[in-house]
Write a protein that binds this ligand. Structure first.
Ligand SMILES: Cc1ncc(COP(=O)(O)O)c(C=O)c1O
Length: 374
């Protein structure tokens, strides 16, 4: 495919270094919970200005561990409807009831007024999700609201490595945040995730939960209902290597996004506005389609005529409309439904050339013209 929807970025020297580190782990036999994981934790917490980081097996595990540490079982967790399955699934696996709230099409994230209307005595936690790497400018107000109500705020920062708002890093606005190292993410680890927090209690609980709920690494004495949520050393080596390139990756993504911005508005699309105070890592480049465009037809034309794979949406079916969460779907959520129906994502990754980005825009213009929309 001339322009695939996503592409990992492992320069040759990084691959050589990763392989050398994995070789070392094979020689020593320290293949899990070892020095590479600890190095990743130290580097990640430093980069995101937190006291601690705890590496885990996935972003989903990170969320579930935080929620278990907060003791949400039998209570409610507020989740924005426009997010990935895992945000709500982690809450359900931790024993909570999910309360879905609406989302704001300006930011793709939680609608603050709707969160406020659903907070109550049963609320055990609120989760904010930084869709596409954008931290909503309403996040500080949400953090204040949660503080005033005595409810912990958790960040699902799976999309938001290196993102910030007003100079404050993703993962630091509430009690804890969870990032993902899934291969499509801005920092790819193959699999893996990491929890960041300043809270000593969450750190202690997380270290126990990730290792089958053991009281300590060397015992078989279990104090928590944990699981195997450990990160292996080979995975840590991959994520650690990628982390050293985070700023470079973000700069490349931002430059491409700027190029798209200049062009797509002329096509009648509305890019998600990035406020001046936001540092967005552009995990996704999101633009809203003009009314009347059939997204399926457009994506098909881009793929078949122009050999361009548009990435998956973030997200196309909001969670309150997913069959698996039917029990928690108590009302329509028009903001989330609008977001789900009306946006596309354009290919964006550090190795995408400027000429390929221009080719995407030119192809989009032709496709929209042929659909009679320009
Ligand atoms: C918003 C969001 N939350 C959570 C996750 C789960 O991360 P992982 O795949 O590492 O479990 C993802 C990953 O795709 C995500 O996009």
């Amino acid at each position: 495919m001339r322009v695939p929807p996503a592409r990992v970025c492992f320069p040759a020297e990084d691959r050589a270094e990763i392989l050398a580190r994995i070789d070392q782990a094979l020689i020593t036999g320290q293949l899990t919970l070892g020095p590479i994981g600890r190095e990743l934790e130290a580097a990640f917490s430093k980069r995101h200005s937190t006291a601690h980081a705890v590496a885990v097996s996935s972003g989903t595990a990170g969320l579930e561990i935080i929620l278990r540490a907060l003791g949400v079982e039998g209570r409610e967790v507020i989740v924005p409807a426009n997010t990935f399955f895992a945000t709500a699934a982690a809450a359900v696996h931790a024993g909570a009831r999910v309360v879905f709230v609406d989302c704001d099409p300006e930011t793709m994230a939680f609608d603050l007024a709707d969160v406020e209307s659903r907070l109550g005595p049963e609320t055990a936690a609120v989760i904010a999700v930084h869709i596409g790497g954008l931290i909503s400018p309403a996040l500080p107000a949400l953090a204040r609201l949660c503080r005033d109500r005595g409810v912990p705020l958790v960040e699902d920062a799976a999309h938001a490595h290196g993102s910030a708002l007003g100079g404050q890093s993703a993962g630091t606005f509430g009690i804890a945040g969870a990032f993902s190292f899934y291969p499509t993410k801005v920092v790819a680890g193959g699999e893996g995730g990491i929890i960041v927090t300043d809270d000593d209690g969450i750190v202690e609980a997380a270290r126990g939960y990730r290792d089958q709920g053991k009281a300590s690494f060397l015992t078989n004495f279990h104090t928590r209902l944990g699981a195997n949520w450990r990160m292996s050393e080979p995975h840590a080596a991959i994520a650690q290597s990628q982390l050293t390139r985070l700023d470079e990756f973000i700069a490349a993504r931002q430059a491409l996004a700027k190029r798209y911005d200049a062009a797509v508005e002329d096509l009648g699309l509305r890019p998600v506005p990035i406020p001046a105070e936001a540092h967005c890592n552009y995990y996704k480049y999101v633009a809203f389609l003009p009314a009347g465009v059939d997204r399926g037809v457009l994506k098909h034309a881009m793929r078949e005529r122009f050999d361009i794979g548009l990435p998956g949406e973030v997200y196309d079916t909001p969670l309150h409309q997913q069959p698996v969460f039917e029990a928690f779907a108590d009302r329509a959520l028009p903001g989330a439904e609008f977001i789900g129906a009306r946006h596309i994502c354009l290919p964006l990754y550090p190795s995408l050339s400027e000429s390929d980005a221009d080719y995407v825009v030119a192809s989009l213009a032709t496709a929209l013209t042929e659909m009679g929309l320009r």
